[in-house]
Write a protein that binds this ligand. Structure first.
Ligand code: SF4
Length: 246
């Protein structure tokens, strides 16, 4: 069972720490660095958000922004028609900087085709549905997983959900809120039962920030961490290095 008071205190400490800072600073720094072709509103356009969500899978924000910038330079307007009709090798080359470009290029084309055929190119029509139904429909799209679907519904549909990414999963386990083996839905239910709905999005963003700045995957920076005294520090032992086969 979650100690609600401790969880509330952790979020309060993080809120105090981050209130004046950008939650999405890596995105903004990369946009500034490339100085170029991405309008920030692209992140709030339903179709473009889905494509950015695919590019964000298993990579950093920086690589995702670079890949999206490459795609936009190569394709022009990011819309379902242009991407459904794009050559797969051309898309792979355009998004190469984002990692997993073979899988993601295929996914982007398939998702664009699906949205074109099923929603006549207008994925925003999903947002007329209830959250449950919208989620059900998004999860029917091959290449859209639960996290990408929920992030879409939070940021585009303003729904009250608590998406769990790899940062949040790791942080919640280390601070002692969830069990390392808990599955997505279990982690989410534990958090949702102990947090008011209107705090879901903020808590999601604060825990991501904590994971990126302090509670990093390979080596947490506990001595500098703002929630050091509130954390159980369930830190996994470092993985053994594989022996060189030579
Ligand atoms: S104290 Fe250490 S383990 Fe706990 S959240 Fe901070 S960095 Fe992570």
């Amino acid at each position: 069972m979650i100690d609600t008071n401790r969880f509330t205190n952790i979020l309060q400490v993080l809120f105090n720490k981050y209130q004046d800072q950008e939650i999405w600073k890596e995105v903004n720094e990369t946009l500034e660095e490339i100085g170029g072709n991405i309008d920030k509103m692209d992140f709030y356009d339903p179709f473009k958000h889905i494509i950015i969500g695919i590019l964000a899978q298993n990579t950093s924000d920086r690589n995702c922004v670079l890949a999206y910038s490459g795609l936009k330079k190569a394709i022009g307007d990011i819309n379902p028609e242009n991407l459904a009709n794009a050559n797969e090798d051309f898309v792979k080359e355009a998004i190469r900087s984002g990692g997993l470009y073979n899988v993601k290029a295929k996914r982007i084309i398939e998702v664009s085709n699906y949205i074109l055929k099923t929603y006549n190119g207008d994925i925003s029509s999903i947002l007329k549905e209830s959250t449950e139904e919208a989620l059900k429909q998004l999860l029917k799209i091959k290449g859209i997983g639960i996290k990408t679907a929920e992030v879409f519904l939070v940021y585009i549909g303003k729904r009250k959900l608590f998406p769990i990414d790899t940062n949040i999963k790791r942080v919640l386990w280390r601070i002692g809120i969830t069990n390392q083996k808990n599955k997505y839905i279990i982690i989410q239910e534990k958090v949702k039962k102990n947090l008011e709905e209107d705090k879901f999005q903020l808590a999601h963003e604060l825990l991501i920030r904590l994971g990126r700045d302090y509670c990093k995957a390979p080596q947490p920076k506990c001595s500098d961490c703002p929630i050091n005294e509130l954390c159980e520090k369930n830190i996994e032992p470092p993985r053994k290095k594989r022996k060189n086969s030579k």
